[in-house]
Write a protein that binds this ligand. Structure first.
Ligand SMILES: [Ca+2]
Ligand SMILES: [Ca+2]
Length: 263
């Protein structure tokens, strides 16, 4: 029995190399939702491949409960030091699955205090840029708890919040790139106030496709807080339902036995 286990470990190590993950990425937990009361605007509305903040937050909350998504709030799992540009985001109530998020260029600070003139929308910590944008957020494959790639799985919805900055109005554009080669984009004029004009951008992939990356391109330096995603991994509950169905049959038969005994 030991030999297959060693082979699996070797395969996992080999696939990590093939995927170009290189150095060990940090693993960070996600939470179930945005704190929508702290986010003033939704740049995107429920049209085409866009999603409003309200719809996305409902979707990601449901997805988290079903082990299918999560929100990186930059606070969970952070002590305020830079987590770096490549992280494995564990998602769902059981945090069983993960997706690797790689940010380019890599001079970015994740899980750090909000910059001067900016306020976090959740907790104290945010994602801060290290230079002029654009910044690209690329999703890797979905991995299960054993770090095996879940075949055919990917991110189907994603959204981020661009934090408003005192004295620095921002013409911000966020683009979602899809696996079929298309994209969706939206531009929004964010006012120059400290935390008073935080703006959500969210997207959903066309049916049967996934979101491969998001790109933020703005006219000013600012922070992102939070960053959420929904995947199409099969619900563990669908497997649990089969087991629960089996239990139900057992319970029914014991109930019938009990009724027969009473009768
Ligand atoms: Ca705000
Ligand atoms: Ca935060």
């Amino acid at each position: 029995m030991k030999r297959p286990l060693l082979t699996l470990t070797a395969l996992a190590a080999g696939s990590a190399t093939l995927l170009g993950t290189g150095a060990q990425a940090a693993t960070v937990p996600t939470v179930s939702s945005y704190i929508t009361g702290n986010i003033e605007n939704s740049a995107t509305t429920d049209t085409g491949n866009q999603l409003s903040l309200g719809t996305f937050n409902t979707n990601v909350t449901t997805a988290f409960a079903n082990d299918q998504g999560g929100v990186w709030d930059f606070d969970a799992g952070s002590t305020g030091s830079n987590l770096g540009a490549v992280n494995d985001l564990e998602f769902g109530t059981s945090q069983a699955f993960s997706v690797q998020l790689s940010i380019s260029p890599g001079n970015i600070s994740t899980g750090v205090a909000a910059g001067s003139g900016r306020t976090a929308t959740s907790g104290s910590f945010v994602m801060g840029f290290g230079s002029t944008d654009p910044y690209t957020y690329t999703f890797g494959p979905i991995l299960d708890s054993g770090d095996n790639v879940v075949a055919g799985a990917g991110v189907t919805q994603a959204g981020l919040v661009v934090v408003s900055r005192a004295g620095a109005p921002n013409s911000a554009t966020v683009t979602a790139n899809f696996s079929g080669g298309g994209s969706a984009s939206d531009t929004f004029a964010i006012g120059g106030s400290n935390g008073g004009d935080d703006t959500f951008f969210g997207f959903v992939a066309p049916t049967g496709q996934t979101i491969t990356s998001l790109v933020y391109d703005g006219s000013t330096f600012t922070n992102v807080d939070d960053f959420g995603f929904v995947t199409n991994v099969p619900e563990p509950s669908s497997l649990a339902l089969l087991a629960a169905g089996g239990l139900l049959v057992l319970r029914r038969s014991s109930a019938q036995v009990a009724r027969r005994r009473r009768g």
